[in-house]
Design a binder for this molecule. Structure first.
Ligand code: PMP
Length: 384
């Protein structure tokens, strides 16, 4: 079985597994304890924070808040920015194509009286800075736009958006869900205008259930988890030290050789794109700028699940929508927002590459795709 669903979760790197096991064996101390065991754990925790800060592009270690993953990071960034404010700013600008952890956070805030504008993307899945600016109001507190869309791979102009927003109103905060962008699309966080950036370890071969939120110095958040005051009071709870150390290793590896890895992936991606283009029943989704690890196409007339299961029978694991939405047969929110018809929005397939994929793997996938098309095209009424 070949796994082409790395955007849902990438296989944990063997070095990360080893590191996690070593930390679990060697460190049973609570980083908050003042005895020797606690101090050793605390030292390792702070060392991991430094590694993550460097991997994010030279930000300050104090700007890294460890979380249980990007769902929590997004919740903390959004709810933490709106709750407890005293300046009357109650409005959020986000997009129609965000991950559920962003969308649902905004919808939950709406139940409490806050307001959201969901900006529509262009037909290619890119969010325009002009549309984001046009949605700003005097009472806007936060703009939240993802770095790379997890379904189509569209790279969003997040830095342009952040700069334009700050120019218009320096008091509006900018959050970016960087889950699919970190380690794939470049971004100099330190020099950027972005205030908050969410990252998840398991998308870059780290452990599942651990992530971080970059919180720029001076940005205050209302904590969602209170208790023992860990993570500068922003996220109470005994730290998951072994996973954090493993995550730091994965983040470092992802950042270190990002450019050559992206180049290799881009070559593989182009091979796959050429294969998709060969089949006139498939429609390639073509964002203006795409991340190197995602190829998306639709097969109008068939349900995503049917295509997905056929490819699985042929030994290939791919996905339909994001993993969180995979079990529904509803049209993709992302494709619908891009103005695609229901036929397209229910027949999307996402192939996502990882750094260990080879040209041979991609050729095997191309063969499977060819077989799947031959098998399925007659079902949707076209003669091949
Ligand atoms: N945002 C995006 C864009 C994602 O792809 C995902 C993972 N599906 C998340 C947020 C949630 O990350 P996590 O699994 O770490 O909670």
């Amino acid at each position: 079985m070949l796994n082409f669903d790395h955007a849902a979760s990438a296989p944990t790197h063997p070095d990360v597994i080893r590191t996690v096991a070593e930390v679990m064996e060697a460190h049973s101390g609570n980083p908050s304890s003042i005895h020797r065991g606690g101090q050793a754990a605390s030292k390792l925790l702070e060392r991991s924070r430094e590694v993550c800060a460097a991997a994010l592009g030279g930000v300050k270690p104090g700007e890294v808040v460890f979380t249980s993953g990007a769902t929590e990071s997004n919740n903390l960034a959004i709810k933490g920015s709106l709750l407890g404010r005293k300046d009357g700013r109650v409005h959020i600008v986000t997009t129609q194509i965000e991950h559920a952890s962003v969308t649902e956070s905004c919808l939950q805030l709406e139940e409490l009286g806050f307001e959201t504008t969901f900006v529509q993307p262009e037909a290619d899945g890119t969010v325009s800075a002009e549309k984001v600016l046009a949605a700003l109001r005097e009472d806007t507190a936060l703009v939240s736009v993802m770095h790379v869309n997890n379904e189509t791979g569209a790279v969003q102009p997040v830095e342009e958006i952040a700069r334009a927003v700050k120019l218009r109103d320096a008091r509006v905060r900018v959050h970016v869900d960087g889950v699919q962008g970190f380690g794939r699309a470049g971004l100099e966080l330190q020099a950027s205008a972005i205030d908050l950036y969410s990252v998840s370890a398991h998308k870059v071969r780290g452990p599942r259930g651990v992530g971080l939120l970059f919180v720029r110095e001076g940005v205050r958040l209302f904590p969602l988890l209170t208790g023992g005051g860990q993570e500068r009071g922003l996220r109470a709870g005994t730290e998951n030290l072994a996973s954090i150390v493993g995550a730091a290793k994965a983040f470092r590896m992802a950042a270190e050789d990002r450019v050559p890895r992206a180049e290799r992936m881009t070559e593989l991606r182009e091979e796959l794109i050429a294969e998709v283009r060969r089949h006139d029943v498939l429609t390639l989704t073509e964002p203006k700028i795409s991340a190197p690890h995602i190829v998306h196409f639709t097969f109008p007339g068939l349900k995503s699940q049917v295509i997905l299961h056929t490819l699985e029978e042929l030994g290939m694991l791919v996905s339909a929508q994001s993993a969180c939405a995979a079990k529904t047969e509803k049209p993709s929110r992302v494709l619908s927002a891009m103005g695609r018809s229901r036929e397209h929005a229910t027949s999307g397939i996402r192939i996502s590459l990882g750094d260990e994929h080879t040209s041979r793997d991609v050729r095997l996938l191309a063969d499977a795709l060819d077989k799947a098309v031959r098998r399925l095209a007659p079902l949707e009424g076209r003669k091949r």
